[in-house]
Design a protein around this ligand. Structure first.
Ligand SMILES: [Zn+2]
Length: 235
């Protein structure tokens, strides 16, 4: 078995590779992303493409990657509907043929993807997050763009979260102080901070987040990646 890995594509974009080599891409925005580690054309293999909400910095390259790789697109019915109408994603590549909504779970290849709530805005549908449970049970939570909410505690009760991907940039999402409380509510083993630095108005690095966690929740591991950098997932 190969190692499970997660690569930060920059901003809220990640590429997870499971032990069996299945690839889950989340929120690919690579074209015109000043911090992107690669281009959309560089992603030649994917089994799932997940979009958390319909803002350009999350969805911009989703349709292109889905069409190029044959991956299944996972998202809100209204959002995947727009990508079908405007960017030509076929029904056969849309999860359940129609998209899914908060609370829904899609399962393929032994991987389970559950859509969770998020508090933000979206051009179509509602914003969301995802819990991705790999074939071996290891579980990764991508919060999407969101403010903090107390039912993160419920997600931690329902799932054993090995790794949480949390926005820390402020302005549009949680800031470092809020994200550190979120990590505790989730009971996450480890956290990768995201959605910072890309724009001048956002938090510019993860040092303040890492400092708060070190002081207030030293049991949680903070993994700070550079765009393009890969981390081996434990759990
Ligand atoms: Zn965003």
């Amino acid at each position: 078995m190969a190692q499970k890995t997660i690569k930060w594509l920059g901003h809220a974009g990640f590429q997870i590779t499971s032990e069996k080599g299945k690839i889950v891409v989340i929120d690919p925005w690579l074209t015109d992303n000043p911090l992107a580690s690669c281009t959309a054309e560089d992603i030649t293999k994917a089994d799932f493409v997940l979009v958390t909400h319909d803002h350009f910095d999350h969805v911009a390259d989703a349709a292109r990657i889905v069409k190029a790789t044959g991956a299944t697109l996972v998202g809100m019915p209204e959002t995947v509907g727009r990508l079908k109408d405007e960017e030509g994603v076929s029904d056969s590549q849309i999860v359940f043929g129609t998209g899914m909504n908060i609370g829904g779970t899609a399962s393929s290849y032994g991987i389970e993807i559950t859509m969770t709530q998020a508090f933000h805005s979206s051009q179509t549908g509602s914003p969301a997050g995802y819990i991705v449970k790999l074939e071996d049970g290891s579980t990764i939570y991508h919060a999407g763009d969101t403010g903090i909410f107390s039912s993160m505690k419920l997600l931690g009760d329902l799932f054993t979260i090995d790794l949480a991907l949390l926005p820390i940039g402020g302005v549009f999402t949680m800031d470092p102080a809020q994200a550190s409380v979120a990590a505790k509510l989730l009971g996450a083993e480890a956290v990768i901070p995201m959605h910072f630095k890309t724009f001048p108005i956002l938090e510019q690095d993860a040092s303040s987040f890492a400092g708060i966690i070190r002081k207030e929740a030293p049991e949680i591991e903070v993994v700070t990646l550079d765009p393009g950098q890969e981390h081996v997932v434990r759990g």
